[in-house]
Structures are given as structure tokens and as C-alpha cells.
Design a protein around this ligand. Structure first.
Ligand code: ADP
Ligand code: ASP
Ligand code: MG
Length: 411
């Protein structure tokens, strides 16, 4: 069982979480529970670390110490939940990331889990003790504390489930995965099931209900994951929540299953790039060497025959680094001008059905045109189409597409 920040936000809510866990234990389950920090806590800790670092003298990165700070939010909630469970008469103990251990690489702030030796944890659970594990945190082979990136408790939960060969129930503030973010489109519908592939696209395209990496892990280890509401009095029945599972377990087939939106985008345009073979490779080699992740790419002809424009997108927090890199290489690459645009967002439609259906893109472009929304870039894969648009139109676009693909709930 995993409980997110809203579910753990106050002592009172933690007591309710403890009651749900007690019900599950009473049903005879052996349990590991992964928890997030209280809602808002991680933001506060990140802000504190940001105020004091990185050092103006440039004596080096402080990412490892920021992780020490930021990982503490989950330490607090795991202890509190163990206290709440004990006071309800249950046997429970907390297990910090370093005690299990949850071993990660050393990319502080966005570490990846490399191994979770499940023996000690499994043995404790087998005695009937409930194990409480702080999400989000891990430890390097050198014993340094790491964190898994925002939303990383989902990944901790799936990884612990995989290590224990268990199923994983993710309890959050919505009662499942919806056709789009229900906060944007109230007509969104809960999906009883969604395939790993579609959930992976939805998550990586901005549906933050699950961290992308958690879905990757679930898919690789075939962990059955359910998304459920923690704001309930009794345990969920079989028809509640959303099961993330293999495609062939899903009877109802739709062409488009969901709409996702991400504001974490920045568009970089290089104007007047010399039209010679190898220039595009040069640009993207520089970005790759700096470990900057590129998403959409558009190359077009400029008015002069020998120059082109090159547009690409990066994550918003990488925009400044990408811009500096390009400016430093302006002479070598030979482009005339660079522009960075942060007022963009990416809206995507996802569905395994589009593999075998024509006209999916047409529906998308028509629906957006009808609302007067102009497209700045487009990218596609087998099961998704994404467009980059001005961020002022984000919600409008999500709702228009949700309707256009027939996803709206009946009134
Ligand atoms: P937690 O703190 O439990 O990890 P999150 O805030 O990370 O919860 O994720 C839950 C939120 O994800 C929901 O409140 C909802 O607004 C948002 N969300 C975005 N897309 C979707 C979707 N397709 N289905 C359900 N929730 C979504
Ligand atoms: N507390 C961390 C965050 O807000 C991890 C999580 O909640 O999943 O990103
Ligand atoms: Mg989350």
C-alpha cells in the first residue's frame, strides 16, 4: 500500500490511513506500506535548500546535501504512521531507505533504484509486523542519501512490491486514473483498467497521478498496480479504482484512451541554421553531451534557400542550460539567432487503438483549429500524438480533445 502527500497531510488523516491499513491487516494480508511526506512539505524543504545553495563561490554542487534535507519529509510521516498503527494495537515499524536498503545510483535529486534486497524486510513482514517505508528516498553504495525525483514515492512503492513479489495499491486523492486530469475536465471518467503502455505514455506526457518511472518498473516486473482513493471508510471492492495491467486483459477497446497535459516544457528556436549536412547532428550532440533531454524536434526551410530553422523542446528547468550551451556554440554551429519560449505547454492524446486506426491526427487538429489554437510543434509515436501550443490554451485544448474523442462522461 502506498499513501501520497494529501493522504498523509495531517495527524488526523494519518490516523485514517492507519485505519485502512488495520482493515487490510484484519483481512489477513501481510503488508508493506510506503508513504509520502505531508502535502506541501517537500516543496518547503526544496525551497529551504534553494535559499542556501548552490554556493555563490561555486565550490561545487550541493545536490547530495539537498537530498539529506528533502528526504526528511518522508522520515517524519513513516514514524508518525508507525506510531498511529501501534496506538491502534498493531505491530508496525519504520524502515528508512538506508536500513532496508533501497540502493540507488548517485544522481542526486533524480536517482534510480538499482536494487532492493528484500530479505530483511520480507522476514520482518512474515512475522506479521507491518513495515512502513518512506517513499522517495534511497541510499548510494557509499551510504549517501538520495531522492528519486518529484513524485518518486510511487516508484519506491512499485520497487518494494517488486522486491517482495507483491501487488501494489497506490492510494491517492482521486479514486483512479481518469481519461484526463479531473481537475481540468470535470467530465473525465475513471478507467477501470489501463494498459501499462498507455499509462506509461500518460505519465510521461504529464498525468502526474503516477511517476513515469513507477510505471516503467511495474511493466518490467509485471507488478499489478491499482490506483485507489484513500478518502474512503472501507476497503475498495474489486470494481473500484483503476487496475494497470496487460493490454490483453482489457476488453473495452478505445482508439484514444486519455488526454494528458504538461507545462514542464520550453521551446528553443534556432533561426538561420546553415543548411549543411551534419549541422543537426552537431546541435544534438552538444545537447546530449550535456545530458539535456530533448523531446520534440521540428526542422523547416527558412526563406533563404541555404538556411533552415530548427525548433526543439526541453524540460523547463533545462531551458537556461540549453540556451547557454547554444549561445556558447553559436559561431561553431553558425545559426543567426536563438529564441527561448517558456509560455508553451504540450497536450497529448494517448491510445493503443491508434496503432490500427486512421484519422486520429485529423480529429485532433480539427478540434484544436475549431478553438482557434495554433500548433507550434507536433510529435507522434505509435500510441500518442502530442502538440505544443501556447500555455494560455492548455485547459481549453484538453477539454476540446476530451470531447472530440468521445471521452466525456454522459451528463
Ligand atoms: P499523491 O500525493 O497521492 O502522490 P498526486 O498529486 O501526485 O498525488 O497525484 C494525484 C493527482 O494527479 C490528482 O489529484 C489529479 O489532479 C492528478 N491527475 C493528473 N492526471 C490525472 C489522470 N489522468 N487521472 C487521475 N488523476 C490525474
Ligand atoms: N514527497 C515527494 C514529492 O512531493 C515524493 C512523493 O510525494 O511522491 O515529490
Ligand atoms: Mg504523486
Amino acid at each position: 500500500m502506498k499513501f501520497g502527500g494529501t493522504s498523509m497531510a495531517t495527524p488526523d488523516r494519518i490516523r485514517r490511513v492507519a485505519a485502512l491499513i488495520a482493515a487490510e491487516a484484519a483481512a489477513g494480508k501481510k503488508l508493506a506500506v510506503v508513504v509520502s511526506a505531508m502535502a506541501g512539505k517537500t516543496n518547503e524543504l526544496v525551497a529551504w535548500a534553494d535559499v542556501l545553495g548552490p554556493s555563490a563561490q561555486g565550490v561545487g554542487s550541493v545536490d547530495d546535501e539537498a537530498d539529506v534535507v528533502v528526504a526528511s519529509g518522508e522520515q517524519v510521516t513513516s514514524g508518525l504512521l508507525a506510531i498511529a498503527l501501534r496506538s491502534q494495537g498493531l505491530r508496525a515499524r519504520s524502515w528508512m531507505g538506508w536500513q532496508i536498503p533501497i540502493l540507488t545510483d548517485d544522481s542526486h535529486g533524480r536517482a534510480r533504484i538499482v536494487d532492493i534486497p528484500g530479505e530483511k524486510l520480507g522476514a520482518a513482514i512474515d512475522t506479521g509486523e507491518i513495515a512502513i517505508v518512506p517513499g522517495f528516498q534511497g541510499v548510494t553504495s557509499d551510504g549517501r542519501i538520495t531522492t528519486l525525483g518529484r513524485g518518486g514515492s510511487d516508484t519506491s512503492a512499485v520497487a518494494v512490491a517488486a522486491a517482495l513479489k507483491a501487488a501494489c495499491d497506490i492510494y491517492t486523492d482521486v479514486d483512479g486514473v481518469y481519461t484526463t486530469d479531473p481537475r481540468i475536465e470535470p467530465k473525465a471518467r475513471r478507467m477501470p483498467k489501463i494498459s501499462y503502455e498507455e499509462m506509461l505514455e500518460m505519465a510521461s506526457l504529464g498525468a502526474k497521478v503516477l511517476q513515469t518511472r513507477s510505471v516503467e518498473l511495474a511493466m518490467a516486473h509485471r507488478v499489478p498496480v491499482r490506483v485507489l482513493s484513500s478518502f474512503v471508510e472501507t476497503l475498495a471492492g474489486p470494481d473500484e479504482g483503476t487496475l494497470i495491467c496487460d493490454e490483453d486483459e482489457i476488453v473495452e477497446k478505445r482508439i484514444v484512451s486519455g488526454v494528458a497535459m504538461s507545462r514542464d516544457e520550453a521551446k528553443i528556436t534556432l533561426f538561420g541554421v546553415p543548411d549543411r549536412i551534419g549541422v543537426t547532428a552537431d546541435v544534438f550532440m552538444r545537447l546530449a553531451d550535456a545530458k539535456l533531454n530533448i523531446d520534440m524536434i521540428v526542422q523547416s526551410n527558412a526563406r533563404q534557400a541555404d538556411r533552415t530553422n530548427l525548433i526543439f523542446t526541453v524540460g523547463r528547468r533545462d531551458a537556461a542550460a540549453a540556451e547557454k550551451l547554444m549561445r556558447d556554440a553559436q559561431d561553431a554551429i553558425g545559426f543567426e539567432e536563438i529564441r527561448v519560449d517558456q509560455d508553451v505547454c504540450k497536450v497529448s492524446v494517448v491510445g493503443v487503438g491508434m496503432k490500427s486506426h486512421a484519422g486520429v491526427a485529423r480529429t485532433m487538429f480539427e478540434a484544436l483549429a475549431e478553438k482557434g489554437i495554433s500548433l507550434q510543434a507536433i510529435s507522434t509515436s505509435e500510441i500518442k500524438i502530442s502538440v505544443l501550443i501556447h500555455q494560455d490554451y492548455a485547459e481549453l485544448a484538453v477539454r476540446a480533445l476530451h470531447g472530440a474523442y468521445g471521452l466525456d462522461a454522459a451528463a
